[in-house]
Design a protein around this ligand. Structure first.
Ligand code: ATP
Ligand code: MG
Length: 222
């Protein structure tokens, strides 16, 4: 049983439907294959990741909680040996009673890395200043990286424009965008990660590349 500090990655974004649950779950499964002991903490009362977790028996387990109990849950899973904690959050602009901004602030405070999935669209990119401001407002000095997700491989014009805009704004990003791939949707439906659903498929390769990048990036900061 280890209680070394785990790596904590928060997955957050202003817009809904950008792929927060999908990224959190698949990174966790891929990292488990790479030898990590991951746990997902789901702060979204929608419970999408919690429901995915209930459809599976193997790691990672998914724990649903709220911002007030987040640190207690982190301590508990760390004592049980988790060395990677991935926190899924609600869209921080969501108009719900659970106060997503408070949730995002707390999820930023505890994170070693904030990963921000966005679709390559103007509407998504326009939310980034608020996301980065909230992260700074939390007092966190952890890095935040934009992750372009769900780009259409047939028409990359929008992706090129969105990447150019993010670079112009000066927001750091994961170099490789993740395409829109049906494998992600089928895997989710089965309560699986793509590394389990189609280990040799494109989506699994994309997630391996993403996990390697994140691991190397964080190792470089240690
Ligand atoms: N790269 C991808 N390829 C294909 N489908 C994807 C991809 N990423 C996400 N999706 C699909 O897009 C939908 C939204 O994804 P997800 O639930 O992860 O988004 P979210 O940001 O957590 O949404 P919400 O803001 O509502 O919580 C899901 O149906 C998911 O399967
Ligand atoms: Mg979600």
């Amino acid at each position: 049983m280890s209680s070394k500090n785990p790596l904590i990655i928060t997955v957050g974004a202003g817009k809904g439907g950008t792929g927060k649950d999908n990224t959190a779950a698949n990174l966790a499964v891929t990292a488990a294959y790479a030898g990590r002991v991951p746990v997902i903490i789901d702060l979204d009362s929608q419970g999408t990741s919690v429901k995915w977790g209930k459809r599976r028996e193997q790691a990672p387990s998914v724990i649903g909680t709220d911002a007030a109990r987040l640190r207690t849950v982190i301590d508990a899973v760390t004592k049980k040996g988790a060395d990677l904690i991935i926190i899924n959050t609600p869209p921080h602009t969501a108009d719900t009673e659970s106060n997503p901004e408070v949730t995002s602030l707390e999820a930023s405070r505890v994170a070693d890395l904030l990963l921000i999935p966005v679709k390559p669209s103007r509407a998504d990119v326009e939310t980034l200043p608020t996301t980065f401001s909230l992260h700074a407002l939390s007092g966190s000095t952890a890095p935040a990286l934009v992750l372009f997700n769900q780009y259409d491989v047939r028409t990359t014009t929008l992706l090129r424009k969105a990447v150019a805009e993010v670079d112009r704004l000066g927001y750091p990003r994961i170099p490789d965008p993740v395409p829109l791939l049906a494998e992600f949707q089928h895997a989710w439906d089965e309560g699986m990660g793509v590394a389990e659903y189609a280990p040799n498929g494109t989506a699994a390769q994309e997630m391996s590349r993403l996990w390697s990048y994140v691991e190397t990036f964080m190792a470089g900061r240690a």
